[in-house]
Write a protein that binds this ligand. Structure first.
Ligand code: FRU
Length: 505
Protein backbone atom coordinates (compact mmCIF):
# COMPACT_ATOMS: atom_id res chain seq x y z
CA UNK A 1 0.00 0.00 0.00
CA UNK A 2 2.71 2.41 1.01
CA UNK A 3 4.56 1.69 -2.19
CA UNK A 4 1.47 2.43 -4.26
CA UNK A 5 0.83 5.69 -2.44
CA UNK A 6 4.45 6.70 -2.93
CA UNK A 7 4.29 5.90 -6.62
CA UNK A 8 1.28 8.16 -7.01
CA UNK A 9 3.05 10.98 -5.21
CA UNK A 10 6.28 10.53 -7.11
CA UNK A 11 4.43 10.46 -10.44
CA UNK A 12 4.20 14.23 -10.18
CA UNK A 13 7.76 14.76 -8.92
CA UNK A 14 9.55 16.74 -11.66
CA UNK A 15 13.14 15.94 -12.56
CA UNK A 16 14.28 19.32 -13.89
CA UNK A 17 12.58 21.52 -11.29
CA UNK A 18 13.29 21.95 -7.60
CA UNK A 19 10.84 20.44 -5.13
CA UNK A 20 11.36 20.04 -1.39
CA UNK A 21 11.80 16.44 -0.32
CA UNK A 22 8.78 16.16 2.01
CA UNK A 23 7.38 19.59 2.73
CA UNK A 24 5.43 22.58 1.52
CA UNK A 25 7.22 25.43 -0.22
CA UNK A 26 6.27 28.79 -1.69
CA UNK A 27 8.31 31.86 -2.71
CA UNK A 28 11.98 31.60 -3.62
CA UNK A 29 14.00 33.72 -1.17
CA UNK A 30 17.57 34.92 -0.85
CA UNK A 31 18.71 33.79 -4.31
CA UNK A 32 22.46 34.30 -4.48
CA UNK A 33 25.47 32.86 -6.27
CA UNK A 34 28.26 32.66 -3.73
CA UNK A 35 31.61 30.83 -3.67
CA UNK A 36 30.73 28.83 -6.76
CA UNK A 37 27.29 27.73 -5.55
CA UNK A 38 23.74 28.86 -6.35
CA UNK A 39 21.72 29.16 -3.14
CA UNK A 40 17.97 28.81 -3.27
CA UNK A 41 16.28 29.66 0.02
CA UNK A 42 12.53 29.46 0.04
CA UNK A 43 9.37 29.81 2.10
CA UNK A 44 9.07 26.45 3.79
CA UNK A 45 6.78 24.77 6.27
CA UNK A 46 9.25 22.36 7.86
CA UNK A 47 6.39 20.56 9.61
CA UNK A 48 3.74 20.18 6.94
CA UNK A 49 2.39 20.05 3.43
CA UNK A 50 0.33 23.26 3.54
CA UNK A 51 1.31 26.87 4.23
CA UNK A 52 2.31 27.58 7.86
CA UNK A 53 5.28 27.78 10.28
CA UNK A 54 7.02 29.94 7.70
CA UNK A 55 10.78 29.41 7.77
CA UNK A 56 13.52 29.60 5.15
CA UNK A 57 14.24 26.23 3.55
CA UNK A 58 17.54 25.87 1.70
CA UNK A 59 18.89 24.10 -1.37
CA UNK A 60 22.14 24.46 -3.32
CA UNK A 61 23.19 23.74 -6.88
CA UNK A 62 26.20 24.22 -9.10
CA UNK A 63 24.23 24.23 -12.37
CA UNK A 64 20.70 25.42 -11.44
CA UNK A 65 19.35 22.02 -12.45
CA UNK A 66 20.55 19.50 -9.85
CA UNK A 67 19.63 20.70 -6.36
CA UNK A 68 20.61 19.39 -2.96
CA UNK A 69 18.31 20.12 -0.03
CA UNK A 70 20.04 21.34 3.13
CA UNK A 71 18.65 21.83 6.65
CA UNK A 72 16.27 24.73 7.34
CA UNK A 73 18.34 27.93 7.22
CA UNK A 74 16.25 30.37 9.27
CA UNK A 75 13.51 28.90 11.45
CA UNK A 76 10.33 30.48 12.76
CA UNK A 77 9.96 30.71 16.55
CA UNK A 78 7.23 31.61 19.03
CA UNK A 79 7.53 35.30 18.22
CA UNK A 80 7.88 35.42 14.46
CA UNK A 81 7.35 33.71 11.16
CA UNK A 82 10.15 34.24 8.64
CA UNK A 83 8.55 35.69 5.51
CA UNK A 84 10.19 36.38 2.15
CA UNK A 85 13.37 38.35 1.61
CA UNK A 86 16.82 38.35 0.04
CA UNK A 87 20.49 37.64 0.74
CA UNK A 88 23.51 39.81 -0.04
CA UNK A 89 27.21 39.18 0.33
CA UNK A 90 28.53 42.03 2.51
CA UNK A 91 32.06 41.90 1.08
CA UNK A 92 33.32 44.96 3.00
CA UNK A 93 31.67 43.87 6.28
CA UNK A 94 29.73 47.14 6.22
CA UNK A 95 27.27 45.63 8.71
CA UNK A 96 29.96 44.62 11.18
CA UNK A 97 28.22 41.25 11.44
CA UNK A 98 31.36 39.47 10.25
CA UNK A 99 35.00 40.49 10.19
CA UNK A 100 37.27 41.86 7.49
CA UNK A 101 38.71 38.36 7.16
CA UNK A 102 35.32 36.66 7.18
CA UNK A 103 32.77 39.01 5.61
CA UNK A 104 29.19 37.89 6.21
CA UNK A 105 26.36 36.84 3.96
CA UNK A 106 23.37 38.82 5.24
CA UNK A 107 19.75 37.76 4.89
CA UNK A 108 17.16 40.53 4.99
CA UNK A 109 13.77 38.96 5.73
CA UNK A 110 10.32 39.96 6.91
CA UNK A 111 9.49 39.24 10.54
CA UNK A 112 5.76 38.48 10.63
CA UNK A 113 5.13 38.79 14.36
CA UNK A 114 2.98 36.21 16.15
CA UNK A 115 0.53 36.61 18.99
CA UNK A 116 3.15 36.09 21.67
CA UNK A 117 5.21 39.00 20.39
CA UNK A 118 4.81 42.58 21.63
CA UNK A 119 4.79 43.52 17.94
CA UNK A 120 1.89 41.17 17.16
CA UNK A 121 0.27 41.98 13.83
CA UNK A 122 3.23 43.95 12.51
CA UNK A 123 5.50 43.06 9.61
CA UNK A 124 9.02 44.55 9.82
CA UNK A 125 12.40 43.84 8.25
CA UNK A 126 15.06 41.84 10.10
CA UNK A 127 18.54 40.43 9.50
CA UNK A 128 20.28 37.10 9.89
CA UNK A 129 23.89 36.44 8.95
CA UNK A 130 26.11 33.56 7.97
CA UNK A 131 29.87 33.29 8.39
CA UNK A 132 30.16 29.85 6.77
CA UNK A 133 29.11 30.54 3.18
CA UNK A 134 25.40 30.22 3.88
CA UNK A 135 25.30 26.90 5.73
CA UNK A 136 24.23 28.22 9.14
CA UNK A 137 22.48 31.46 10.07
CA UNK A 138 22.25 33.60 13.21
CA UNK A 139 19.49 36.15 13.76
CA UNK A 140 20.78 39.67 14.43
CA UNK A 141 20.19 40.38 18.11
CA UNK A 142 18.73 43.90 17.58
CA UNK A 143 16.02 42.89 15.10
CA UNK A 144 13.97 44.32 13.51
CA UNK A 145 16.10 46.86 11.64
CA UNK A 146 13.19 48.58 9.86
CA UNK A 147 9.71 48.86 11.37
CA UNK A 148 7.11 51.23 9.90
CA UNK A 149 4.40 50.01 12.28
CA UNK A 150 2.68 48.49 9.26
CA UNK A 151 0.82 45.17 9.07
CA UNK A 152 1.72 44.66 5.39
CA UNK A 153 5.30 45.83 4.93
CA UNK A 154 7.22 42.89 3.51
CA UNK A 155 9.44 41.05 1.02
CA UNK A 156 12.68 43.13 1.06
CA UNK A 157 14.99 42.70 -1.94
CA UNK A 158 18.37 44.32 -1.26
CA UNK A 159 21.17 45.12 -3.71
CA UNK A 160 24.33 47.22 -3.76
CA UNK A 161 23.76 50.39 -5.78
CA UNK A 162 26.96 51.72 -7.33
CA UNK A 163 27.10 54.79 -9.60
CA UNK A 164 29.18 57.94 -9.97
CA UNK A 165 31.42 57.01 -7.07
CA UNK A 166 28.45 56.38 -4.77
CA UNK A 167 27.92 52.97 -3.23
CA UNK A 168 25.12 52.03 -0.84
CA UNK A 169 22.57 49.33 -0.18
CA UNK A 170 19.09 49.78 -1.63
CA UNK A 171 16.04 47.89 -0.38
CA UNK A 172 12.84 47.51 -2.37
CA UNK A 173 9.91 46.14 -0.36
CA UNK A 174 6.14 46.51 -0.53
CA UNK A 175 3.33 48.14 1.34
CA UNK A 176 1.19 45.31 0.02
CA UNK A 177 -2.30 46.73 0.65
CA UNK A 178 -1.38 50.15 -0.72
CA UNK A 179 -0.02 48.61 -3.97
CA UNK A 180 3.25 50.44 -3.41
CA UNK A 181 6.90 49.53 -3.74
CA UNK A 182 8.86 51.39 -1.06
CA UNK A 183 12.58 52.12 -1.51
CA UNK A 184 15.12 52.59 1.30
CA UNK A 185 18.89 53.08 1.49
CA UNK A 186 21.55 52.11 3.99
CA UNK A 187 25.32 52.17 4.39
CA UNK A 188 25.41 49.23 6.79
CA UNK A 189 22.23 47.13 6.22
CA UNK A 190 21.16 48.12 9.76
CA UNK A 191 20.16 51.81 9.60
CA UNK A 192 17.73 52.52 6.78
CA UNK A 193 16.38 55.81 5.41
CA UNK A 194 13.43 56.25 3.06
CA UNK A 195 14.19 57.10 -0.58
CA UNK A 196 10.89 57.09 -2.48
CA UNK A 197 7.74 55.12 -3.33
CA UNK A 198 6.49 53.67 -6.62
CA UNK A 199 2.83 52.90 -7.36
CA UNK A 200 0.00 52.20 -7.51
CA UNK A 201 0.33 51.66 -11.26
CA UNK A 202 -0.94 49.22 -13.91
CA UNK A 203 -2.34 46.06 -12.30
CA UNK A 204 -3.54 46.77 -8.76
CA UNK A 205 -6.50 44.43 -8.19
CA UNK A 206 -4.56 42.33 -5.68
CA UNK A 207 -1.91 42.99 -3.04
CA UNK A 208 1.58 43.79 -4.30
CA UNK A 209 4.26 41.36 -3.13
CA UNK A 210 7.89 40.28 -3.72
CA UNK A 211 9.39 43.17 -5.74
CA UNK A 212 12.78 43.22 -7.45
CA UNK A 213 14.78 46.05 -9.03
CA UNK A 214 17.82 45.64 -11.28
CA UNK A 215 19.69 47.22 -14.17
CA UNK A 216 19.76 45.31 -17.44
CA UNK A 217 21.95 46.01 -20.48
CA UNK A 218 20.20 46.13 -23.85
CA UNK A 219 20.81 43.06 -26.05
CA UNK A 220 21.59 45.19 -29.09
CA UNK A 221 23.91 47.61 -27.31
CA UNK A 222 25.19 46.65 -23.86
CA UNK A 223 26.20 50.25 -23.17
CA UNK A 224 22.49 51.09 -23.08
CA UNK A 225 20.92 49.77 -19.97
CA UNK A 226 17.57 50.31 -18.29
CA UNK A 227 16.17 49.46 -14.89
CA UNK A 228 13.52 46.83 -14.42
CA UNK A 229 11.06 46.77 -11.51
CA UNK A 230 9.15 43.52 -11.11
CA UNK A 231 6.13 43.31 -8.81
CA UNK A 232 4.05 40.26 -8.05
CA UNK A 233 0.34 40.63 -7.45
CA UNK A 234 -2.29 38.39 -5.91
CA UNK A 235 -5.11 37.99 -6.89
CA UNK A 236 -6.17 39.69 -10.14
CA UNK A 237 -3.36 38.46 -12.39
CA UNK A 238 -3.74 38.41 -16.15
CA UNK A 239 -5.31 34.94 -16.20
CA UNK A 240 -6.61 34.85 -12.64
CA UNK A 241 -5.07 34.71 -9.18
CA UNK A 242 -1.33 35.22 -8.69
CA UNK A 243 0.90 36.76 -11.38
CA UNK A 244 3.92 39.02 -11.85
CA UNK A 245 4.08 42.27 -13.78
CA UNK A 246 7.06 44.44 -14.68
CA UNK A 247 7.93 48.04 -15.39
CA UNK A 248 10.95 49.29 -17.33
CA UNK A 249 12.52 52.71 -16.83
CA UNK A 250 15.27 54.55 -14.97
CA UNK A 251 16.55 54.51 -11.40
CA UNK A 252 18.78 57.38 -10.31
CA UNK A 253 19.67 55.98 -6.90
CA UNK A 254 16.59 57.56 -5.31
CA UNK A 255 13.53 57.21 -7.53
CA UNK A 256 12.34 54.66 -10.08
CA UNK A 257 10.68 56.29 -13.10
CA UNK A 258 8.71 53.93 -15.31
CA UNK A 259 8.48 54.32 -19.09
CA UNK A 260 5.97 51.54 -19.43
CA UNK A 261 3.20 52.62 -17.09
CA UNK A 262 -0.17 52.47 -18.82
CA UNK A 263 -2.44 53.25 -15.88
CA UNK A 264 -1.47 55.41 -12.87
CA UNK A 265 -3.35 54.85 -9.64
CA UNK A 266 -6.28 52.43 -9.50
CA UNK A 267 -6.36 49.75 -12.14
CA UNK A 268 -8.23 49.97 -15.40
CA UNK A 269 -9.33 46.32 -15.87
CA UNK A 270 -9.96 46.95 -19.57
CA UNK A 271 -6.25 47.41 -19.98
CA UNK A 272 -5.04 44.28 -18.19
CA UNK A 273 -3.67 42.75 -21.41
CA UNK A 274 -1.70 45.93 -22.19
CA UNK A 275 0.37 45.68 -19.05
CA UNK A 276 3.66 43.81 -19.18
CA UNK A 277 3.53 40.40 -17.50
CA UNK A 278 6.41 38.16 -16.53
CA UNK A 279 4.20 35.24 -17.49
CA UNK A 280 0.68 34.80 -18.86
CA UNK A 281 0.00 31.43 -17.24
CA UNK A 282 -1.48 30.80 -13.83
CA UNK A 283 1.56 29.26 -12.17
CA UNK A 284 4.45 31.69 -12.10
CA UNK A 285 4.58 33.79 -8.95
CA UNK A 286 6.94 35.54 -6.53
CA UNK A 287 9.77 35.45 -9.09
CA UNK A 288 12.97 37.16 -7.96
CA UNK A 289 16.49 37.31 -9.34
CA UNK A 290 19.86 36.05 -8.13
CA UNK A 291 22.39 38.36 -6.54
CA UNK A 292 25.90 38.13 -7.95
CA UNK A 293 25.12 35.65 -10.76
CA UNK A 294 28.28 34.98 -12.80
CA UNK A 295 29.14 37.21 -15.79
CA UNK A 296 26.51 39.79 -14.84
CA UNK A 297 23.73 37.43 -15.90
CA UNK A 298 20.22 38.12 -14.55
CA UNK A 299 18.60 34.84 -13.61
CA UNK A 300 15.17 34.56 -12.05
CA UNK A 301 13.26 31.75 -10.39
CA UNK A 302 9.53 31.84 -9.70
CA UNK A 303 7.29 29.66 -7.57
CA UNK A 304 5.28 27.46 -9.95
CA UNK A 305 1.91 27.72 -8.23
CA UNK A 306 -1.03 30.04 -7.62
CA UNK A 307 -2.58 31.08 -4.31
CA UNK A 308 -5.98 30.27 -5.88
CA UNK A 309 -5.33 26.56 -5.17
CA UNK A 310 -1.73 26.24 -3.92
CA UNK A 311 -2.62 24.32 -0.76
CA UNK A 312 -4.72 21.79 -2.68
CA UNK A 313 -2.53 20.57 -5.55
CA UNK A 314 -2.31 16.75 -5.48
CA UNK A 315 1.36 16.17 -4.71
CA UNK A 316 1.55 15.82 -0.90
CA UNK A 317 3.74 15.54 1.17
CA UNK A 318 5.91 17.74 -1.03
CA UNK A 319 3.85 20.53 -2.44
CA UNK A 320 4.85 23.25 -4.88
CA UNK A 321 7.65 23.07 -7.44
CA UNK A 322 9.87 25.98 -8.40
CA UNK A 323 9.66 27.11 -12.03
CA UNK A 324 12.57 26.44 -14.37
CA UNK A 325 15.25 29.16 -13.91
CA UNK A 326 15.13 31.89 -16.56
CA UNK A 327 17.76 34.20 -17.93
CA UNK A 328 16.36 37.70 -18.42
CA UNK A 329 17.58 40.12 -21.08
CA UNK A 330 16.37 43.49 -22.32
CA UNK A 331 15.16 43.92 -25.88
CA UNK A 332 12.80 46.18 -27.84
CA UNK A 333 9.57 45.43 -29.67
CA UNK A 334 8.18 48.23 -31.81
CA UNK A 335 10.61 50.65 -30.17
CA UNK A 336 9.27 49.77 -26.71
CA UNK A 337 11.54 48.16 -24.11
CA UNK A 338 10.58 44.62 -23.26
CA UNK A 339 12.00 41.62 -21.40
CA UNK A 340 13.10 38.41 -23.04
CA UNK A 341 13.15 35.30 -20.84
CA UNK A 342 14.91 32.12 -21.86
CA UNK A 343 15.26 28.90 -19.89
CA UNK A 344 18.83 28.81 -18.57
CA UNK A 345 21.08 26.41 -20.37
CA UNK A 346 23.38 25.85 -17.40
CA UNK A 347 24.24 22.19 -17.50
CA UNK A 348 20.98 21.18 -19.11
CA UNK A 349 21.75 21.73 -22.77
CA UNK A 350 24.58 19.27 -22.62
CA UNK A 351 22.88 17.01 -20.12
CA UNK A 352 19.77 16.49 -22.24
CA UNK A 353 20.83 15.73 -25.82
CA UNK A 354 18.17 15.93 -28.51
CA UNK A 355 16.54 12.52 -28.74
CA UNK A 356 14.43 13.33 -31.75
CA UNK A 357 15.13 15.90 -34.40
CA UNK A 358 12.27 16.69 -36.68
CA UNK A 359 12.12 16.75 -40.34
CA UNK A 360 10.04 19.67 -41.53
CA UNK A 361 6.45 18.58 -42.05
CA UNK A 362 3.68 20.14 -44.00
CA UNK A 363 0.31 20.20 -42.31
CA UNK A 364 -2.95 20.86 -44.07
CA UNK A 365 -5.95 20.20 -41.87
CA UNK A 366 -4.03 17.18 -40.73
CA UNK A 367 -2.08 16.01 -37.75
CA UNK A 368 1.14 14.24 -36.90
CA UNK A 369 2.05 12.46 -33.70
CA UNK A 370 5.56 12.38 -32.29
CA UNK A 371 6.86 10.28 -29.43
CA UNK A 372 8.36 12.28 -26.59
CA UNK A 373 10.39 9.39 -25.18
CA UNK A 374 10.27 8.04 -21.67
CA UNK A 375 12.21 10.66 -19.70
CA UNK A 376 10.39 12.70 -17.07
CA UNK A 377 11.52 16.13 -18.30
CA UNK A 378 11.31 16.98 -21.98
CA UNK A 379 12.34 20.12 -23.79
CA UNK A 380 10.49 20.55 -27.09
CA UNK A 381 11.64 23.17 -29.56
CA UNK A 382 9.50 24.00 -32.55
CA UNK A 383 9.64 26.54 -35.29
CA UNK A 384 6.62 26.86 -37.52
CA UNK A 385 5.46 28.86 -40.44
CA UNK A 386 1.84 29.57 -41.13
CA UNK A 387 -0.09 31.14 -43.97
CA UNK A 388 -2.04 32.94 -41.28
CA UNK A 389 -5.32 31.15 -41.75
CA UNK A 390 -4.55 28.17 -39.59
CA UNK A 391 -4.58 27.58 -35.87
CA UNK A 392 -1.75 25.26 -34.96
CA UNK A 393 -2.34 22.95 -32.02
CA UNK A 394 0.23 21.08 -29.93
CA UNK A 395 -1.53 18.38 -27.97
CA UNK A 396 0.37 16.74 -25.12
CA UNK A 397 -1.04 13.34 -24.21
CA UNK A 398 -0.36 9.74 -23.20
CA UNK A 399 -1.93 6.54 -24.50
CA UNK A 400 -5.33 7.10 -22.86
CA UNK A 401 -7.56 10.07 -22.16
CA UNK A 402 -6.30 13.38 -20.90
CA UNK A 403 -4.56 16.12 -22.79
CA UNK A 404 -3.13 19.59 -22.53
CA UNK A 405 -3.69 21.64 -25.66
CA UNK A 406 -1.40 24.49 -26.66
CA UNK A 407 -2.75 26.58 -29.55
CA UNK A 408 -1.05 29.24 -31.62
CA UNK A 409 -3.47 31.46 -33.50
CA UNK A 410 -1.31 33.48 -35.91
CA UNK A 411 -4.19 35.55 -37.25
CA UNK A 412 -5.12 36.82 -33.81
CA UNK A 413 -1.55 36.77 -32.53
CA UNK A 414 -2.40 34.63 -29.52
CA UNK A 415 -1.01 31.63 -27.68
CA UNK A 416 -3.23 29.61 -25.38
CA UNK A 417 -3.05 26.64 -23.09
CA UNK A 418 -6.13 24.59 -22.28
CA UNK A 419 -5.79 22.36 -19.23
CA UNK A 420 -9.47 21.58 -18.74
CA UNK A 421 -8.92 17.94 -19.79
CA UNK A 422 -5.32 17.75 -18.59
CA UNK A 423 -5.87 15.06 -15.93
CA UNK A 424 -6.69 15.70 -12.26
CA UNK A 425 -8.46 19.06 -12.05
CA UNK A 426 -11.24 18.53 -9.51
CA UNK A 427 -9.06 19.14 -6.42
CA UNK A 428 -9.88 22.86 -6.73
CA UNK A 429 -12.94 24.26 -8.41
CA UNK A 430 -11.06 26.98 -10.26
CA UNK A 431 -8.11 24.90 -11.47
CA UNK A 432 -9.56 23.80 -14.85
CA UNK A 433 -8.94 26.72 -17.19
CA UNK A 434 -7.75 28.05 -20.53
CA UNK A 435 -5.06 30.73 -20.49
CA UNK A 436 -4.49 33.06 -23.41
CA UNK A 437 -1.47 35.29 -24.06
CA UNK A 438 -1.08 38.06 -26.62
CA UNK A 439 2.06 37.40 -28.63
CA UNK A 440 4.44 40.34 -28.61
CA UNK A 441 5.41 40.25 -32.27
CA UNK A 442 1.73 40.28 -33.27
CA UNK A 443 1.60 43.90 -32.16
CA UNK A 444 4.27 44.90 -34.64
CA UNK A 445 2.26 44.12 -37.80
CA UNK A 446 -1.41 44.11 -38.61
CA UNK A 447 -0.88 41.16 -40.92
CA UNK A 448 -0.90 37.61 -39.68
CA UNK A 449 2.29 36.27 -38.16
CA UNK A 450 4.43 34.17 -40.41
CA UNK A 451 6.86 32.43 -38.17
CA UNK A 452 6.77 31.50 -34.56
CA UNK A 453 9.16 29.63 -32.33
CA UNK A 454 8.24 27.80 -29.16
CA UNK A 455 10.30 26.11 -26.49
CA UNK A 456 8.10 23.95 -24.28
CA UNK A 457 9.39 22.34 -21.09
CA UNK A 458 7.17 19.48 -19.93
CA UNK A 459 8.11 17.95 -16.60
CA UNK A 460 5.74 15.59 -14.72
CA UNK A 461 3.32 18.25 -13.46
CA UNK A 462 4.12 21.35 -15.49
CA UNK A 463 4.16 22.92 -18.93
CA UNK A 464 6.26 26.05 -19.47
CA UNK A 465 6.06 27.73 -22.86
CA UNK A 466 8.66 30.23 -24.05
CA UNK A 467 7.23 31.73 -27.27
CA UNK A 468 8.93 34.07 -29.75
CA UNK A 469 12.35 33.33 -28.26
CA UNK A 470 11.14 34.27 -24.79
CA UNK A 471 9.19 37.47 -25.50
CA UNK A 472 6.03 35.78 -24.24
CA UNK A 473 5.90 33.03 -21.64
CA UNK A 474 3.06 30.92 -20.29
CA UNK A 475 3.47 28.54 -17.36
CA UNK A 476 0.82 26.15 -16.03
CA UNK A 477 0.71 23.19 -13.68
CA UNK A 478 -1.03 20.03 -14.96
CA UNK A 479 -1.64 16.71 -13.21
CA UNK A 480 -1.96 14.04 -15.94
CA UNK A 481 -3.51 10.68 -15.02
CA UNK A 482 -0.65 9.12 -17.01
CA UNK A 483 2.53 10.83 -18.19
CA UNK A 484 2.46 12.79 -21.42
CA UNK A 485 4.57 10.67 -23.77
CA UNK A 486 3.33 11.98 -27.10
CA UNK A 487 2.80 15.21 -28.92
CA UNK A 488 0.26 15.56 -31.71
CA UNK A 489 0.61 18.61 -33.91
CA UNK A 490 -2.51 19.75 -35.78
CA UNK A 491 -3.40 22.46 -38.26
CA UNK A 492 -7.06 23.41 -38.23
CA UNK A 493 -7.21 24.69 -41.78
CA UNK A 494 -4.93 26.26 -44.36
CA UNK A 495 -1.23 25.65 -44.41
CA UNK A 496 1.21 25.40 -41.58
CA UNK A 497 4.72 24.12 -41.93
CA UNK A 498 6.82 22.73 -39.14
CA UNK A 499 10.21 24.17 -40.03
CA UNK A 500 12.00 22.39 -37.25
CA UNK A 501 11.13 20.19 -34.36
CA UNK A 502 13.33 18.69 -31.68
CA UNK A 503 12.76 16.93 -28.40
CA UNK A 504 15.36 16.54 -25.72
CA UNK A 505 14.51 14.40 -22.78
C1 FRU B 1 3.96 35.77 -1.46
C2 FRU B 1 3.87 35.91 0.05
C3 FRU B 1 4.81 37.00 0.52
C4 FRU B 1 5.10 36.60 1.93
C5 FRU B 1 5.14 35.09 1.83
C6 FRU B 1 4.63 34.37 3.05
O1 FRU B 1 3.58 34.53 -1.95
O2 FRU B 1 2.54 36.15 0.44
O3 FRU B 1 4.28 38.31 0.41
O4 FRU B 1 6.31 37.12 2.39
O5 FRU B 1 4.33 34.74 0.73
O6 FRU B 1 4.82 33.00 2.93
Amino acid sequence: MTALVNQAIEAYRPSAHYTAENTWLNDPNGLIFHAGVYHLFYQSNPFGDVWGNMSWGHAVSENLLDWKELPVAIACDDDEAIFSGSVVFDATNSSGLGTAAIPPMVAVYTSAYSESSSRHGIQAQSLAYSLDDGLTWTKYQANPVLDRGSADFRDPKVFLYEADGASYWVMVAVEAMERKVVLYKSDNLIDWSHLSDFGPANATAGVWECPDLFALPHEADPSLSKWVLTVNMNPGGINGGSAGQYFIGEFDGTTFLSETTVTEGPEDPERLAEYQWLDWGRDYYAAVSFSNAPDGRRIMIGWMNNWDYANLIPSSPWRGPMAYPREITLTSVNGQPRLRQRPVAAGSAEAIPASLEGSASLLDSGSQTFSLGSGTAKVITVELKSDGSSDVGFILHGEGNGQTVITVNPAQGTLSLDRRESGKTAFAENFASIETANLASATSAASAMERISLTIIVDACSVEIFAEDGLTTLTDLVFPEQPYTQLTVTASQGQAELLSFAVAG
